[in-house]
Design a protein around this ligand. Structure first.
Ligand code: GLN
Length: 491
């Protein structure tokens, strides 16, 4: 029998259509892989009974020729997505055993198209982090290790469970969310493909809110094609999210293999950082050479406000988070720690329920929004955001189709290695990704090579608003040139 877990979604789709195997067999193979990989801590909730029931139901539909575009494909769901009757915690103690009575729009579209849910995936608490170390369920382990070393590495964050599970062949694809890099950075750390769609492309309804003007859902998969397949099901207008955009969803998969001849690719000079590892620099030039060989034209561009993106992001994101997280007061959701008065109950619940990073964000956010500071911090950050957006618009107006950058300033680091004494050290990881969220643009991270220690590195492509198709075409060129990367199994 074919190896049921190392196939791509596209391959599994064919196998299911040809009746080479059933969705139940495919699902069982993944459930067994999950059970054998608990050391990675990628799943915070396994839902084997639900998975088998969904697989049986879709097998019956496939038999009748009624399966949808994702018929029978087993997926993992980031624990930030509300799943009806299935515990959803955002990996925070404060949500306790919250079981939503509703399903997020994005996941409901995946089930509509026939996908099967294997369980809920670990993430940084409320998606705040770049290493998946802030989860109340403990850190996720990256299936990749440095050559000749047993050190446990982070998978990146906040969608660390999604990236780790997809890389370790525990699910064929996963949902993820990206507020400042949480899809693309973990994808780069695990040699998976991650897409952060244009703001408004996917509904945010039913996704635990972090920073509402930046949050977007997107897929993590093992190939660019698989990411395109998932995107088509995840995207779409939703009247329940007023920021979702009413635009037809293209057949993203059709963009795979399309010629990129004549496309103008911008190389932003501001992304060439001092002290950036030589390997990252080299990978970036290699990526440019691959695109050039495929017929694209490379042009140097300038995004002059790049250096303000990180500080502005770390004002806007905490400000919105402090407002969004006000709802966790011990009354409506999960945890309640009693007190002598209702005020004390709120305080006790929030003190007990939120982890350190979340508390830090709530405090920063409340501070920058408070009277007297609002103009100096929040309003100024919003103005900077407009300038960052304008930098990109100016480049696109000059005919640039997409922008090529490294996805991260380094490869995966060790668990506990960063941010302990200085949280800013962790924030610096997002240097190449936050600009994209600030500007609302689509971005894709594609595995492109390895560093000297054998760890994967990724390249990022940034596109024009709602032009994810170009990113899929370019991503495929990179993937074809770089090849695919799979971690050696040790777990
Ligand atoms: N690492 C960034 C942060 O901590 C981005 C997280 C995200 O995209 N959810 O805010």
């Amino acid at each position: 029998m074919t190896d049921l877990i190392s196939m791509t979604i596209a391959e599994a789709r064919n196998g299911l259509a040809n009746k080479s195997f059933t969705s139940l067999e495919l699902t069982d193979a993944h459930l067994a892989a999950i059970e054998a990989a608990r050391a990675l801590n990628a799943f915070v909730l396994e839902t084997p009974d639900k998975a088998r029931a969904m697989a049986r139901a879709i097998d019956a539909k496939i038999a009748k020729g009624e399966g949808g575009p994702l018929a029978g494909i087993p997926l993992g769901i980031k624990d930030l997505f509300a799943t009806k009757d299935v515990r959803t915690t955002a990996c925070s103690k404060i949500l306790g055993n919250f079981v939503p009575p509703y399903e997020s729009t994005v996941t409901s579209q995946l089930w509509r198209d026939g996908a099967v849910m294997l369980g809920k995936l670990n993430n940084d608490e409320f998606a705040m982090g770049s290493s998946n170390e802030t989860s109340c369920f403990g850190p996720v382990v990256n299936p990749w290790r440095r050559e000749g070393s047993n050190t446990s590495l982070v998978p990146g964050g906040s969608s660390g469970g999604s990236a780790s599970a997809v890389a370790a062949l525990l699910c064929m694809g996963a949902t993820a969310t990206d507020t400042g890099g949480s899809i693309r950075q973990p994808a780069a750390f695990t040699a998976t493909v991650g897409v952060k769609p244009t703001y408004g492309r996917c509904s945010r309804w039913g996704i635990v809110a972090f920073a509402s003007s930046l949050d977007q859902a997107g897929p993590i998969a093992r190939t660019t094609r698989d990411a395109a397949i998932l995107m088509r099901s995840m995207a779409g207008h939703d009247p329940k999210d007023t920021t979702s955009v009413d635009r037809a969803v293209p057949d993203y998969e059709a963009a795979i293999g399309k010629s990129v001849k004549g496309m103008k690719i911008g190389i932003p000079k501001e992304y060439r950082l001092d002290g950036m590892p030589a390997e990252v620099e080299k990978l970036w030039s290699e990526g440019a050479a691959w695109l050039k060989a495929a017929g694209a034209e490379l042009v140097e561009i300038s995004l002059p406000h790049t250096k303000y993106a990180l500080p502005a992001y770390y004002i806007v994101a905490p400000a919105e988070a402090s407002s969004n997280l006000a709802r966790y007061d011990g009354v409506r959701y999960g945890l309640r720690v009693p007190g002598r008065s209702i005020g004390e109950m709120y305080e006790n619940t929030r003190a007990e329920g939120f982890g350190d990073e979340v508390r830090r964000r709530v405090m920063i956010g409340t501070y920058v929004l408070s009277a007297g500071y609002y103009d100096a911090y929040y309003l100024r950050a919003q103005k900077v955001r407009t300038l960052i957006k304008k930098d990109f618009e100016d480049c696109f107006a000059k005919g640039v189709n997409a922008i090529l950058t490294p996805a991260t300033p380094s490869a995966a680091f060790g668990i506990g290695e960063k941010g302990g004494a200085d949280p800013v050290e962790m924030y610096l990881n997002d240097i190449f990704t936050v600009t994209v969220n600030m500007a609302g643009l689509p971005g894709i991270a594609v595995p492109a090579g390895k560093d000297a220690q054998g760890l994967p590195l990724g390249l990022q492509l940034i596109g024009r608003p709602f032009d994810e198709e170009t990113l899929f075409s370019l991503g495929e060129v990179v993937e074809q040139a770089a090849g695919r990367f799979t971690p050696a199994r040790w777990w």
